[in-house]
Unconditional design. Structure first.
Length: 429
Protein backbone atom coordinates (compact mmCIF):
# COMPACT_ATOMS: atom_id res chain seq x y z
CA UNK A 1 0.00 0.00 0.00
CA UNK A 2 1.22 3.52 -0.88
CA UNK A 3 1.27 6.61 1.29
CA UNK A 4 -0.88 9.52 0.07
CA UNK A 5 -0.50 13.30 0.11
CA UNK A 6 -3.65 15.40 -0.27
CA UNK A 7 -3.21 18.95 -1.57
CA UNK A 8 -5.46 21.67 -2.93
CA UNK A 9 -5.30 22.27 -6.67
CA UNK A 10 -7.01 25.67 -6.70
CA UNK A 11 -7.08 28.52 -4.13
CA UNK A 12 -7.95 26.33 -1.16
CA UNK A 13 -11.43 25.55 0.21
CA UNK A 14 -11.78 22.75 -2.35
CA UNK A 15 -13.45 20.30 0.02
CA UNK A 16 -10.29 18.63 1.33
CA UNK A 17 -11.90 17.95 4.70
CA UNK A 18 -14.37 15.40 3.39
CA UNK A 19 -11.81 13.71 1.16
CA UNK A 20 -9.17 13.54 3.89
CA UNK A 21 -11.74 12.12 6.29
CA UNK A 22 -12.78 9.56 3.68
CA UNK A 23 -9.15 8.55 3.17
CA UNK A 24 -8.26 8.64 6.87
CA UNK A 25 -10.39 5.56 7.47
CA UNK A 26 -7.91 3.71 5.23
CA UNK A 27 -4.82 5.30 6.81
CA UNK A 28 -2.98 4.58 10.07
CA UNK A 29 -1.31 7.97 10.57
CA UNK A 30 -2.43 11.44 9.43
CA UNK A 31 0.08 14.30 9.21
CA UNK A 32 -0.58 18.02 8.79
CA UNK A 33 2.55 19.45 7.15
CA UNK A 34 2.15 23.22 6.55
CA UNK A 35 0.14 26.33 7.27
CA UNK A 36 -1.36 27.52 10.51
CA UNK A 37 -4.82 28.08 11.95
CA UNK A 38 -5.65 30.25 8.94
CA UNK A 39 -6.76 27.11 7.13
CA UNK A 40 -9.83 25.05 7.92
CA UNK A 41 -11.31 21.68 7.09
CA UNK A 42 -14.97 20.86 7.59
CA UNK A 43 -15.88 17.22 8.23
CA UNK A 44 -19.36 15.76 8.39
CA UNK A 45 -19.30 12.44 10.24
CA UNK A 46 -22.55 10.62 11.08
CA UNK A 47 -24.42 13.89 10.71
CA UNK A 48 -22.08 15.80 13.04
CA UNK A 49 -20.09 18.72 11.63
CA UNK A 50 -16.52 19.22 12.85
CA UNK A 51 -14.58 22.35 11.95
CA UNK A 52 -10.81 21.84 12.26
CA UNK A 53 -8.03 24.39 11.80
CA UNK A 54 -4.81 23.00 13.26
CA UNK A 55 -5.82 19.48 14.17
CA UNK A 56 -5.31 16.81 11.48
CA UNK A 57 -8.57 15.31 10.30
CA UNK A 58 -7.63 11.89 11.67
CA UNK A 59 -8.41 12.92 15.25
CA UNK A 60 -12.12 12.48 14.60
CA UNK A 61 -11.47 8.86 13.56
CA UNK A 62 -9.19 8.15 16.51
CA UNK A 63 -6.13 7.76 14.25
CA UNK A 64 -2.63 8.84 15.28
CA UNK A 65 -2.52 12.48 14.19
CA UNK A 66 0.66 14.51 13.81
CA UNK A 67 1.30 18.24 13.45
CA UNK A 68 4.56 18.47 11.54
CA UNK A 69 7.43 20.91 11.73
CA UNK A 70 6.20 22.76 8.64
CA UNK A 71 3.19 24.07 10.56
CA UNK A 72 3.31 27.30 12.57
CA UNK A 73 1.39 26.69 15.78
CA UNK A 74 -0.56 29.11 17.91
CA UNK A 75 -0.54 27.17 21.21
CA UNK A 76 -3.60 28.98 22.56
CA UNK A 77 -5.55 28.32 19.37
CA UNK A 78 -4.48 24.66 19.47
CA UNK A 79 -5.67 24.18 23.04
CA UNK A 80 -8.94 25.98 22.30
CA UNK A 81 -9.55 23.69 19.32
CA UNK A 82 -8.80 20.60 21.40
CA UNK A 83 -11.34 21.81 23.97
CA UNK A 84 -13.95 22.63 21.33
CA UNK A 85 -13.66 19.22 19.65
CA UNK A 86 -13.74 17.64 23.09
CA UNK A 87 -17.15 19.21 23.67
CA UNK A 88 -18.32 17.30 20.59
CA UNK A 89 -17.26 14.01 22.15
CA UNK A 90 -13.77 13.62 20.64
CA UNK A 91 -11.23 13.28 23.43
CA UNK A 92 -7.74 14.27 22.29
CA UNK A 93 -4.82 13.02 24.36
CA UNK A 94 -1.04 13.00 23.77
CA UNK A 95 -1.45 9.37 22.73
CA UNK A 96 -3.63 10.46 19.82
CA UNK A 97 -1.99 13.80 18.92
CA UNK A 98 1.73 14.45 18.50
CA UNK A 99 3.25 17.88 17.87
CA UNK A 100 6.68 18.35 16.28
CA UNK A 101 9.09 19.68 18.88
CA UNK A 102 10.76 21.78 16.17
CA UNK A 103 7.57 23.50 15.01
CA UNK A 104 7.62 27.30 15.29
CA UNK A 105 5.11 29.12 17.47
CA UNK A 106 2.69 31.91 16.60
CA UNK A 107 2.77 34.48 19.40
CA UNK A 108 0.14 37.11 20.28
CA UNK A 109 2.35 39.85 18.85
CA UNK A 110 2.33 38.13 15.45
CA UNK A 111 -1.42 38.63 15.13
CA UNK A 112 -1.18 42.27 16.21
CA UNK A 113 1.48 42.96 13.59
CA UNK A 114 -0.38 41.02 10.91
CA UNK A 115 -3.58 43.03 11.40
CA UNK A 116 -1.79 46.36 11.74
CA UNK A 117 0.19 45.90 8.53
CA UNK A 118 -2.88 44.78 6.63
CA UNK A 119 -4.80 47.82 7.83
CA UNK A 120 -1.92 50.14 6.92
CA UNK A 121 -1.89 48.70 3.39
CA UNK A 122 -5.28 50.21 2.56
CA UNK A 123 -6.39 49.29 -0.95
CA UNK A 124 -3.22 47.21 -1.42
CA UNK A 125 -4.13 44.72 1.35
CA UNK A 126 -3.72 41.07 0.36
CA UNK A 127 -6.61 39.65 2.41
CA UNK A 128 -4.82 37.81 5.22
CA UNK A 129 -6.78 36.26 8.07
CA UNK A 130 -4.88 38.47 10.53
CA UNK A 131 -3.93 35.47 12.67
CA UNK A 132 -0.18 36.04 12.60
CA UNK A 133 0.76 33.25 10.21
CA UNK A 134 2.88 35.44 7.90
CA UNK A 135 4.87 37.16 10.67
CA UNK A 136 5.46 33.78 12.34
CA UNK A 137 6.91 32.33 9.13
CA UNK A 138 9.05 35.47 8.78
CA UNK A 139 10.53 34.83 12.23
CA UNK A 140 11.15 31.19 11.32
CA UNK A 141 13.09 32.12 8.20
CA UNK A 142 14.94 34.90 10.06
CA UNK A 143 16.00 32.31 12.70
CA UNK A 144 14.48 34.15 15.63
CA UNK A 145 11.36 31.99 16.11
CA UNK A 146 10.40 30.45 19.42
CA UNK A 147 9.74 26.75 18.89
CA UNK A 148 7.78 24.12 20.79
CA UNK A 149 10.93 22.64 22.34
CA UNK A 150 11.89 26.06 23.75
CA UNK A 151 8.89 25.97 26.08
CA UNK A 152 10.78 23.47 28.24
CA UNK A 153 13.65 25.86 29.07
CA UNK A 154 13.01 29.24 30.73
CA UNK A 155 16.59 30.42 30.15
CA UNK A 156 16.30 29.78 26.42
CA UNK A 157 12.90 31.48 26.36
CA UNK A 158 14.25 34.62 28.02
CA UNK A 159 17.14 34.82 25.57
CA UNK A 160 14.94 34.26 22.54
CA UNK A 161 12.30 36.73 23.69
CA UNK A 162 14.93 39.43 24.09
CA UNK A 163 16.21 38.85 20.56
CA UNK A 164 12.68 38.62 19.16
CA UNK A 165 11.50 41.88 20.72
CA UNK A 166 14.59 43.77 19.59
CA UNK A 167 13.14 43.30 16.12
CA UNK A 168 9.40 43.44 16.72
CA UNK A 169 9.23 46.37 19.12
CA UNK A 170 10.99 48.54 16.56
CA UNK A 171 8.37 47.45 14.02
CA UNK A 172 5.52 48.10 16.45
CA UNK A 173 6.83 51.61 17.12
CA UNK A 174 6.87 52.25 13.39
CA UNK A 175 3.24 51.15 13.16
CA UNK A 176 2.28 53.38 16.06
CA UNK A 177 1.44 50.45 18.32
CA UNK A 178 2.33 49.73 21.93
CA UNK A 179 5.51 47.74 22.47
CA UNK A 180 5.50 44.27 24.01
CA UNK A 181 6.95 43.73 27.45
CA UNK A 182 9.31 40.78 27.52
CA UNK A 183 8.19 39.78 31.01
CA UNK A 184 4.55 39.62 29.88
CA UNK A 185 5.36 37.40 26.92
CA UNK A 186 7.54 35.14 29.08
CA UNK A 187 4.73 34.75 31.60
CA UNK A 188 2.23 33.86 28.87
CA UNK A 189 4.53 31.19 27.46
CA UNK A 190 5.34 29.78 30.89
CA UNK A 191 1.62 29.45 31.59
CA UNK A 192 0.85 27.63 28.36
CA UNK A 193 3.97 25.42 28.32
CA UNK A 194 2.79 22.63 30.67
CA UNK A 195 -0.41 22.24 28.64
CA UNK A 196 1.39 22.02 25.28
CA UNK A 197 4.58 20.11 26.07
CA UNK A 198 2.86 16.74 26.72
CA UNK A 199 2.02 16.65 22.99
CA UNK A 200 5.60 17.43 21.88
CA UNK A 201 7.47 14.66 20.10
CA UNK A 202 10.34 13.84 17.75
CA UNK A 203 7.95 13.61 14.82
CA UNK A 204 10.44 12.63 12.12
CA UNK A 205 11.43 9.64 14.26
CA UNK A 206 7.79 8.67 14.86
CA UNK A 207 7.13 8.74 11.12
CA UNK A 208 10.23 6.69 10.38
CA UNK A 209 9.00 4.05 12.83
CA UNK A 210 5.59 4.07 11.15
CA UNK A 211 7.18 3.64 7.73
CA UNK A 212 9.32 0.74 8.89
CA UNK A 213 6.26 -0.92 10.38
CA UNK A 214 4.45 -0.66 7.03
CA UNK A 215 1.80 1.71 8.32
CA UNK A 216 -0.15 3.80 5.82
CA UNK A 217 0.51 7.55 6.15
CA UNK A 218 -1.78 10.31 4.90
CA UNK A 219 -0.17 13.75 4.47
CA UNK A 220 -2.79 16.46 4.80
CA UNK A 221 -2.19 19.83 3.14
CA UNK A 222 -3.91 23.13 3.75
CA UNK A 223 -4.90 25.94 1.35
CA UNK A 224 -4.20 25.30 -2.36
CA UNK A 225 -1.49 25.38 -5.02
CA UNK A 226 -2.39 28.87 -6.21
CA UNK A 227 -1.74 30.15 -2.68
CA UNK A 228 1.78 28.68 -2.62
CA UNK A 229 4.33 31.34 -1.67
CA UNK A 230 6.47 30.42 -4.71
CA UNK A 231 4.02 29.09 -7.28
CA UNK A 232 0.81 30.95 -6.47
CA UNK A 233 -0.62 34.35 -7.38
CA UNK A 234 2.08 36.23 -5.48
CA UNK A 235 1.77 38.41 -3.39
CA UNK A 236 -1.85 37.31 -2.87
CA UNK A 237 -0.72 34.02 -1.35
CA UNK A 238 -0.12 32.36 1.99
CA UNK A 239 3.32 32.31 3.64
CA UNK A 240 4.16 28.64 3.17
CA UNK A 241 4.64 26.16 0.35
CA UNK A 242 1.34 24.39 -0.22
CA UNK A 243 2.37 21.97 -3.00
CA UNK A 244 3.12 18.31 -2.36
CA UNK A 245 6.89 18.80 -2.15
CA UNK A 246 6.31 20.41 1.23
CA UNK A 247 4.75 17.19 2.58
CA UNK A 248 8.21 15.68 2.96
CA UNK A 249 10.02 18.77 4.22
CA UNK A 250 7.22 19.79 6.57
CA UNK A 251 7.00 16.34 8.15
CA UNK A 252 10.61 15.21 8.30
CA UNK A 253 10.56 12.39 5.76
CA UNK A 254 12.25 11.80 2.42
CA UNK A 255 10.46 12.80 -0.78
CA UNK A 256 10.23 9.19 -1.92
CA UNK A 257 8.04 8.36 1.07
CA UNK A 258 5.17 10.65 0.11
CA UNK A 259 3.73 8.32 -2.54
CA UNK A 260 0.53 9.08 -4.43
CA UNK A 261 -0.39 12.78 -4.67
CA UNK A 262 -4.13 13.48 -4.77
CA UNK A 263 -5.14 16.99 -5.80
CA UNK A 264 -8.51 18.33 -4.69
CA UNK A 265 -10.51 20.71 -6.83
CA UNK A 266 -14.12 21.76 -7.15
CA UNK A 267 -16.16 21.28 -10.30
CA UNK A 268 -16.05 25.09 -10.45
CA UNK A 269 -13.61 27.61 -8.92
CA UNK A 270 -13.64 29.68 -5.73
CA UNK A 271 -11.25 31.98 -3.92
CA UNK A 272 -11.29 33.88 -0.63
CA UNK A 273 -9.57 37.23 -0.21
CA UNK A 274 -7.92 39.55 -2.70
CA UNK A 275 -6.01 38.75 -5.85
CA UNK A 276 -6.57 37.75 -9.48
CA UNK A 277 -9.40 35.39 -10.39
CA UNK A 278 -9.74 35.06 -14.19
CA UNK A 279 -13.00 33.08 -14.25
CA UNK A 280 -14.82 34.98 -11.49
CA UNK A 281 -18.55 35.43 -12.03
CA UNK A 282 -19.92 38.69 -10.64
CA UNK A 283 -23.47 37.91 -11.71
CA UNK A 284 -26.51 35.84 -10.81
CA UNK A 285 -24.83 32.55 -11.77
CA UNK A 286 -21.88 33.32 -9.49
CA UNK A 287 -24.30 34.11 -6.66
CA UNK A 288 -26.28 30.93 -7.37
CA UNK A 289 -23.14 28.77 -7.21
CA UNK A 290 -22.10 30.49 -3.99
CA UNK A 291 -25.49 29.93 -2.37
CA UNK A 292 -25.78 26.30 -3.44
CA UNK A 293 -22.21 25.50 -2.52
CA UNK A 294 -22.50 27.26 0.86
CA UNK A 295 -19.35 29.09 -0.05
CA UNK A 296 -18.18 30.56 3.21
CA UNK A 297 -14.67 30.05 4.58
CA UNK A 298 -14.39 27.56 7.46
CA UNK A 299 -11.98 29.85 9.34
CA UNK A 300 -12.78 33.33 8.03
CA UNK A 301 -16.53 33.08 7.50
CA UNK A 302 -16.02 35.26 4.42
CA UNK A 303 -18.11 34.72 1.32
CA UNK A 304 -15.98 33.04 -1.33
CA UNK A 305 -15.77 34.48 -4.81
CA UNK A 306 -17.13 31.98 -7.36
CA UNK A 307 -16.46 31.29 -11.03
CA UNK A 308 -16.30 28.72 -13.81
CA UNK A 309 -13.85 25.82 -13.71
CA UNK A 310 -10.36 26.99 -14.69
CA UNK A 311 -8.60 24.08 -16.40
CA UNK A 312 -5.49 26.19 -17.06
CA UNK A 313 -4.99 26.90 -13.38
CA UNK A 314 -5.62 23.29 -12.29
CA UNK A 315 -3.34 21.88 -15.00
CA UNK A 316 -0.59 24.21 -13.79
CA UNK A 317 -1.14 23.04 -10.20
CA UNK A 318 -0.90 19.42 -11.35
CA UNK A 319 2.42 19.99 -13.12
CA UNK A 320 3.98 22.01 -10.29
CA UNK A 321 2.68 19.74 -7.53
CA UNK A 322 3.33 16.35 -9.11
CA UNK A 323 -0.35 15.47 -8.74
CA UNK A 324 -1.19 11.92 -9.85
CA UNK A 325 -4.96 12.17 -9.75
CA UNK A 326 -7.79 14.54 -8.89
CA UNK A 327 -10.65 14.37 -6.43
CA UNK A 328 -13.37 16.47 -8.05
CA UNK A 329 -15.80 17.85 -5.47
CA UNK A 330 -19.19 19.58 -5.45
CA UNK A 331 -20.33 18.37 -8.86
CA UNK A 332 -23.91 18.53 -7.54
CA UNK A 333 -23.69 22.33 -7.14
CA UNK A 334 -23.87 22.62 -10.94
CA UNK A 335 -27.13 20.63 -11.22
CA UNK A 336 -29.82 22.33 -13.28
CA UNK A 337 -27.64 24.88 -15.08
CA UNK A 338 -28.44 25.03 -18.80
CA UNK A 339 -24.89 25.80 -19.87
CA UNK A 340 -21.48 25.30 -18.27
CA UNK A 341 -18.17 26.86 -19.20
CA UNK A 342 -14.57 25.72 -18.76
CA UNK A 343 -11.60 28.02 -19.12
CA UNK A 344 -9.18 26.46 -21.63
CA UNK A 345 -6.67 29.31 -22.01
CA UNK A 346 -5.99 32.98 -21.35
CA UNK A 347 -5.55 36.09 -23.46
CA UNK A 348 -3.06 38.66 -22.21
CA UNK A 349 -1.51 41.60 -24.06
CA UNK A 350 -2.46 40.09 -27.42
CA UNK A 351 -1.00 36.66 -26.55
CA UNK A 352 -2.75 33.36 -25.93
CA UNK A 353 -1.34 31.74 -22.78
CA UNK A 354 -1.64 28.17 -21.50
CA UNK A 355 -0.50 29.10 -17.99
CA UNK A 356 -1.03 31.79 -15.37
CA UNK A 357 1.91 34.22 -15.60
CA UNK A 358 4.08 34.92 -12.54
CA UNK A 359 3.90 38.70 -12.94
CA UNK A 360 1.28 40.37 -10.74
CA UNK A 361 0.67 42.97 -13.45
CA UNK A 362 0.06 40.33 -16.11
CA UNK A 363 -2.08 38.21 -13.82
CA UNK A 364 -4.41 41.19 -13.45
CA UNK A 365 -4.74 41.45 -17.23
CA UNK A 366 -5.52 37.86 -18.21
CA UNK A 367 -8.91 37.16 -19.76
CA UNK A 368 -10.32 33.63 -19.92
CA UNK A 369 -10.96 31.72 -23.11
CA UNK A 370 -14.06 29.57 -22.59
CA UNK A 371 -15.40 26.35 -24.00
CA UNK A 372 -19.15 25.79 -23.48
CA UNK A 373 -20.75 22.47 -22.55
CA UNK A 374 -24.40 21.56 -21.99
CA UNK A 375 -25.63 21.31 -18.43
CA UNK A 376 -27.87 18.59 -17.01
CA UNK A 377 -31.38 18.94 -15.60
CA UNK A 378 -31.19 15.85 -13.38
CA UNK A 379 -29.65 15.73 -9.91
CA UNK A 380 -26.21 14.28 -9.26
CA UNK A 381 -26.46 14.75 -5.50
CA UNK A 382 -25.70 11.58 -3.60
CA UNK A 383 -24.53 9.61 -6.64
CA UNK A 384 -22.16 6.78 -5.71
CA UNK A 385 -21.48 5.28 -9.14
CA UNK A 386 -21.04 6.47 -12.70
CA UNK A 387 -24.35 4.91 -13.79
CA UNK A 388 -26.18 7.24 -11.41
CA UNK A 389 -24.81 10.33 -13.18
CA UNK A 390 -26.50 12.07 -16.12
CA UNK A 391 -24.67 11.62 -19.43
CA UNK A 392 -23.95 15.36 -19.66
CA UNK A 393 -22.34 15.29 -16.19
CA UNK A 394 -20.07 12.42 -17.22
CA UNK A 395 -19.14 14.32 -20.39
CA UNK A 396 -18.28 17.37 -18.28
CA UNK A 397 -16.01 15.33 -15.98
CA UNK A 398 -14.31 13.59 -18.91
CA UNK A 399 -13.65 16.93 -20.61
CA UNK A 400 -12.06 18.23 -17.43
CA UNK A 401 -9.78 15.17 -17.37
CA UNK A 402 -8.67 15.86 -20.94
CA UNK A 403 -7.95 19.53 -20.29
CA UNK A 404 -6.08 19.12 -17.00
CA UNK A 405 -4.17 16.07 -18.31
CA UNK A 406 -4.86 14.00 -15.20
CA UNK A 407 -7.45 11.39 -14.22
CA UNK A 408 -10.28 11.87 -11.75
CA UNK A 409 -9.58 9.38 -8.95
CA UNK A 410 -12.54 10.37 -6.76
CA UNK A 411 -15.76 12.23 -7.44
CA UNK A 412 -17.73 13.83 -4.61
CA UNK A 413 -21.44 14.47 -5.03
CA UNK A 414 -22.45 15.82 -1.59
CA UNK A 415 -20.91 16.76 1.79
CA UNK A 416 -21.65 13.25 3.10
CA UNK A 417 -18.51 11.08 3.08
CA UNK A 418 -20.23 8.04 1.50
CA UNK A 419 -21.52 10.07 -1.45
CA UNK A 420 -18.25 9.46 -3.27
CA UNK A 421 -17.50 7.70 -6.53
CA UNK A 422 -14.18 5.86 -6.21
CA UNK A 423 -12.39 5.45 -9.52
CA UNK A 424 -8.94 4.64 -8.14
CA UNK A 425 -7.96 3.99 -4.52
CA UNK A 426 -5.03 6.36 -3.87
CA UNK A 427 -3.64 3.95 -1.26
CA UNK A 428 -3.40 1.10 -3.79
CA UNK A 429 0.02 0.64 -5.38
Amino acid sequence: MANVAVVGAQWGDEGKGKVVDWLSERADVIVRFQGGHNAGHTLVVDGVTYKLSLLPSGVVRGKLSIIGNGVVVDPWALLAEIARIGEQGVTITPKLLRLAENASLILPLHGHIDRAREEASGAAKIGTTGRGIGPAYEDKVARRAIRVCDLADDAVLEMKIERLLAHHNALLRGLGMAEVEGSDLLRQLQEVAPRVLPYADVVWQRLDEARRAGRRILYEGAQGAMLDVDHGTYPFVTSSNTVSGQAACGSGVGPGQVGYVLGICKAYTTRVGSGPFPTELCDDIGNLIGDRGREFGTVTGRRRRCGWFDAVLVRQAIKVGGINGIALTKLDVLDGLDELKICTGYRCDGEVLNHLPASMARQAKVEPIYESLPGWPDSTQGARSWVQLPAAAIKYVRRIEELIEAPVALLSTSPEREDTILVRDPFAN
